[in-house]
Design a protein around this ligand. Structure first.
Ligand code: LLP
Length: 455
């Protein structure tokens, strides 16, 4: 059996009636963009629920095919809300959270706590206490300070906490510096090369309030080359072998994190589960066989590869203007009703996206255009350079696909912009799963308080 995987780069149920390369009248899972905007306003994130389920199942299927089983954890940081946590519960996959806030969403969704993994390089005492008290399945320890903190909290609560150690295998993932996480000079984890990983393992083994069940690494995000994952797997298996040799027993679990790259424009391609998981499995199985080690229970934590392609942002065009560049060429600015507050990725990482007309098609000449937001910054650019029909005008809808990961989850209120809603669509029906903020939500934070002496 081969893994079925949505081959579509963007949400599988994206359809443009009368489509040409610049777009058409868009519907997603049978819901028209125009009607969605009429009902819910703009900008909106439209999440294709079937596509989300399909992609989640594809990663799980790839694990099952390559390893016989394996645990899939969805990385909540890419996008989470209570409804999505409920979908994941229904899909019987685990959840990777990395703050008390993400944990609170999981708890509010009544997500099975034993299927939660708690990450983060600076978990507070309060966060660890909440996690241990609630029975969170695995805490992934990231530093020596945290190790002591977990020991103290678990023993005070008279619990034995299952933990992993996050290790840095010294792999230089080829991605943006800000999202590359496993070379030596990073804030995350215990370095294998420096010996810190071994010291942390030895320390865990002396602590009766910890059950060290496995090791973890995450080499970075938006990665397309299989080789980085293979090298990390090889280095982590070497740690498992050293553990077995020292302690005469095996550490049973190995978590290889997330980071699988997706396409943001039609010229790019994604790394598929059918491509990367068998490659990782091959390395792990051969390294284990060489060392006569049992193949550990494998888990992975994709976020972007699941939710990224499922979601499309729809904007309304507000203004356009043309400028003449120094070389005499013309550029047209198309301003939409959002910007860097609901998609910081172009400004932060130089990320590229594509945009399509979403309310009609156009056969007008295409001209060089720049899609910008409404924030008071010149850097508020969503797409630096794209050919769009020259008749794009105020009132038109623009769709930017593949915005499901790290869009809404990294959204800010810059310029006091309320964050957009997320609408789930399926079989011609739509429902809001995260409502739009309003000005009252923002004003609710303002406090009028008399000055007082601190005690
Ligand atoms: N596991 C761990 C421990 C992580 O730190 C991350 C992402 C993931 C899993 C999921 O990675 P994914 O499969 O989604 O690539 N804001 C950046 C991405 C930051 C990723 C942080 N960690 C962006 O917008 O590209």
């Amino acid at each position: 059996m081969t893994t079925s995987y949505p081959t579509s780069l963007f949400s599988s149920n994206l359809e443009f009636t009368g489509e040409n390369q610049y777009g058409g009248a868009l519907s997603i899972a049978g819901c028209s963009a125009e009607k969605l905007v009429k009902e819910y306003g703009s900008p909106i994130f439209v999440l294709d629920q079937d596509d989300f389920f399909l992609r989640t199942k594809a990663w799980q299927a790839a694990l099952n095919e390559s390893f016989g089983s394996g645990k899939l954890y969805y990385a909540a940081k890419s996008f989470i809300c209570v409804e999505v946590a409920k979908w994941l519960k229904e899909l019987k996959v685990g959840l990777d959270v990395c703050t008390g806030g993400e944990l609170a969403v999981a708890l509010a969704a009544d997500f099975p706590v034993s299927d939660i993994e708690f990450h983060g390089n600076n978990k507070s005492e309060a966060e660890i206490t909440t996690a241990v008290k609630n029975g969170v399945g695995t805490i992934v320890i990231d530093s020596f300070d945290e190790l002591s903190r977990v020991v103290k909290i678990a023993s005070d609560l008279r619990k034995v906490q299952k933990v992993y150690l996050r290790l840095t295998p010294g792999v230089d993932a080829h991605t943006h510096e800000f999202i590359s996480t496993a070379h030596e000079d990073v804030k995350f984890g215990f370095s294998i090369a420096s010996g810190d990983a071994q010291i942390a393992i030895d320390k865990c083994m002396t602590e009766t309030s910890l059950n060290l069940a496995g090791i973890h690494c995450h080499i970075g995000s938006q990665i397309f080359e299989v080789s980085g994952f293979e090298l990390a797997a090889q280095r982590l298996v070497a740690v498992l072998v050293a553990f077995r040799d020292k302690y005469s027993k095996e550490l049973a679990e190995l978590n290889l994190g997330g980071g699988y790259g997706i396409a943001y424009t039609k010229n790019e391609s994604a790394i598929s589960p059918a491509q990367v998981i068998p490659a990782i499995a091959k390395v792990i199985k051969s390294e284990c066989e060489k060392a006569k080690l049992s193949v550990p229970k494998i888990s992975i934590e994709p976020g972007r590869a699941i939710v990224g392609p499922t979601t499309t942002t729809i904007y309304v065009v507000g203004t356009t203007k043309s400028v003449t560049l120094e070389n005499g060429a013309k550029r047209r600015y198309v301003s939409v009703d959002g910007g860097m507050s609901e998609n910081i990725r172009p400004a932060l990482y130089g990320a590229t996206y594509s945009a399509f007309l979403a309310n009609r098609n156009s056969s007008a000449n295409a001209i060089s255009s720049r899609i910008v937001g409404k924030h008071c910054e010149s850097g508020d650019i969503l797409i630096s350079e794209i050919n769009m029909p020259e008749d794009v005008k105020a009132g038109d809808l623009l769709a930017i696909p593949a915005t499901g990961a790290y869009g809404r989850s990294m959204a800010s209120n810059y310029n006091h912009m309320p964050r957009p809603s997320v609408i789930a669509v399926i079989n011609g029906t739509a429902r809001e799963i995260l409502r739009r903020e309003n000005e009252d939500d923002l004003l609710n934070l303002d406090v009028i308080q008399a000055p007082r002496q601190l005690s």
